[in-house]
Structure formats: structure tokens, C-alpha cells
Design a protein around this ligand. Sequence first.
Ligand code: COS
Length: 381
Amino acid sequence: MNQDLLNEEEQLLKNTVADFSDKVLSERAALYDESGKFPWDNVSEIGQLGLFGLTIDEEYGGSGGTTRQLVVAAEEIARGCAATSVVYIAHLSLCTQYINMFGSAEQKAKYLPGLTSGQKIGAFALSEPGAGSDAANLKTGSVKTNGHFVVNGTKTWISNAPEADVMVTMVTQDSTLGYKGIDSLIIDGDLDGITVNKLNGKMGVRASTVGEIIFDNCHVPVTNRMGGDNVGFRQTMSVLNASRISIGAQCVGIAQSALEASIDYAKTREAFGSPIGDLQAIQWMIADMATETEAARQLVMKAATLRDNDLPFATEASMAKLYCSRVAMDCAYKAVQIHGGTGYFAPTPVERIFRDARVTEIYEGTSEIQRLVIARNLLRD
Ligand code: COS
């Protein structure tokens, strides 16, 4: 055990990913932010490090490991490049993990090896123009016919969609049944009847490409449905519960990068005859950022440790997502304040971090949805 309360394996992983983050990801982050291009080289190197296999069964090409290890990796990736961490989490914690948790042996054997190596890119298609927070209200329809589900409808704001080879997609056989009519299908991105339009104009995490997916009489083999009738929504909620821990870790990485940039700047920038770090106003901001970031990290670790021990963790996962996204925003805000005019201009890292942090309060369940989940769980018990 060490100062970070990580065991030997976790610390080794942290050191490896931190080194990659410092030497590779953070060096490329500004350029990717500017270009908005999908970070193929980062993805390929993450694959070579074996990080796409974390928490996925070794039998299917994964590297096994714990949720704690996954959050250690996700935090470090996000510290170097928040956009790359979005690609990572959408691919691993949503798409790959969904198949790992709910796919049949045949589905896992077919899809997981490509996803865990990073040779195939995964996406998770739940949101629709009329169904974001109210996920059960989705309308993308599927009609079973001759060994296929014929899928029609539109998904939107789907991370990784423009590059995706595999899309775990939620559809309904009968929208009047609400959440009970929902199925989850594994859809190959190259099937006929799929059009993906890249969505431009994102405020932050710009290298994490996002798309609208239009299904027009897309024939998906019935063997690509995960589980039986009426289970898709509950499966989806379980996957989101787990993935919210990864998003919490991503927020801690963003907050940590804001803190580190602020400490560096406070040591070198001079005002009133000495480094601004000598000023109490700056010291207090740095102290608050460090305290909040550490508290956020421990909340993520608690949720991860509960999951690793097969204990209920959904409430803590939502608490982690809610609190850590707030901390990411707060630290990004203070980091820009500490940098003053410099921090308001690209390409200072904090200008980018400020924009990157904002979406964490929105995707994978808004802060309002996290509060709803936490309160419902507390009031039900
Ligand atoms: N974990 C496990 N099961 C859950 C769950 C959770 N967090 N939330 C709901 N369920 C289950 C319920 O237990 C219920 O199953 P049973 O009938 O077997 O008990 C079923 O799902 C329906 O639940 P509920 O009636 O609560 O559904 P609602 O439509 O009222 O609300 C919320 C569900 C709002 C919690 C859900 O729609 C949600 O999480 N929305 C946000 C979705 C999201 O994160 N979108 C972002 C897109 S991905 S980037």
C-alpha cells in the first residue's frame, strides 16, 4: 500500500499510463483539439498497451482486471487528453462492456477480440432526437422478419459513431410498451441501410467524434440481439451504472490536469514582485482544487471497489458522476482564473480543459438524472 492507497498492480498500471499520458497524449492534445480529427494514433497505442481489454474476459481477448484498474487507466488517459478518454470510455465501458456483460458466448467470440485489441471501434447508440434523459421513450423501431430485425430510425449524439465498426444499439419492437419493449442489438457498422453523419461544432472534447446514425431498413440478424424479450432497458441501465464510474474517473483526470497546470503557472508567473503562488488568493484556489480532486478520486474508488466486490454500487456510481463532473468544472474554472488573460486564449491547456470539462455534466446521464437516480435509490430503501 502507498500514499495513493493503490496496491502494487494498480500502482504499476498507474505509472505506465501516466508515463504514456505525459509523453504522448498531452503532447498531442492541443493539435487534436484544433483539428477535431479522431485520434487514431492514440487509439492504436492504447490498444498496444492492452488498455482496451481491461475488465473484459481474458477468454475473449480481454486482459481481465478490476474496475479499480479501469478507473486508474481512465483517469490517467483523461489527464493527458480528455477527448481521447471519451473515445476510450464509449468504446470500452459502453460498447465492449455491454457485449461482455450480456452477449452470448458466440457474440462474445465474434465481437470482443476485435474490440479489446482496438482494431475495431465500438459505439453505444441509445440517444435519439426525442429521447436523451428519457431513455425509455426511444422510437428507433425493429420489426422481426425472416431471421432479421429490420431497423428504422435515427440515433444522435453518438460518440465514436463516424468510425464505429460495431454499434450496440437500443431499439423497440413496440414503443407503446415503454421500457419493456426495448431490445439491444449488436449492429455491424458496414451493414446496408446505415448512414452516419458526423456532427460538428462541439464546444470541447473535439477529437472525440460524434455522429447521427440513420437506420433505413437495416437488416440485423436475429442472432445479434443480446438476451431475450424485454431485457434491453435493464441491461442498458446496468451498463450505464458501471460506465458512470469511468466517467467519474475521467472527471478526476480533467480536474487533476487543471490543478497541475495551475501549480506550474503559480510557480512561474510573477506579480507584485514574486510568483503568484505566494499570494493567498491563489493558494486558496489551489488548496480547494487539490482537496476536491482528491475527494472526487476517493468517491470513484469507492464505487469501483463496491463493484469489484459484487456489492450494490449504482448509487455511489451516480454520486461519483455527479460530484466529479462538478469538480472537473470547478477546477477548470479556477485554473482559468489563476491563469488570467493567458488562460482565456488557446492553446493554453486550461482554455481547452475548461471547454472539455463542460460535457461531463451532460453525457451518460445529466447531473439532474444522477440526482434523480440517487434520490430514488435512497427513498426506496
Ligand atoms: N440500474 C438498474 N436498473 C434500473 C436503473 C438503474 N440505474 N434505472 C432503472 N432501472 C430499471 C428499473 O428497476 C425498472 O425495472 P423493473 O421494472 O424490473 O423494476 C426499469 O429499469 C424501468 O425503470 P424506471 O421505471 O425507473 O424508468 P424511467 O423511465 O422512469 O427512468 C431513468 C429511468 C430516468 C433513470 C433512465 O431513463 C436514465 O437513466 N436516463 C438517462 C439515460 C442516459 O444516461 N442517457 C445518456 C445516453 S448515453 S451517453
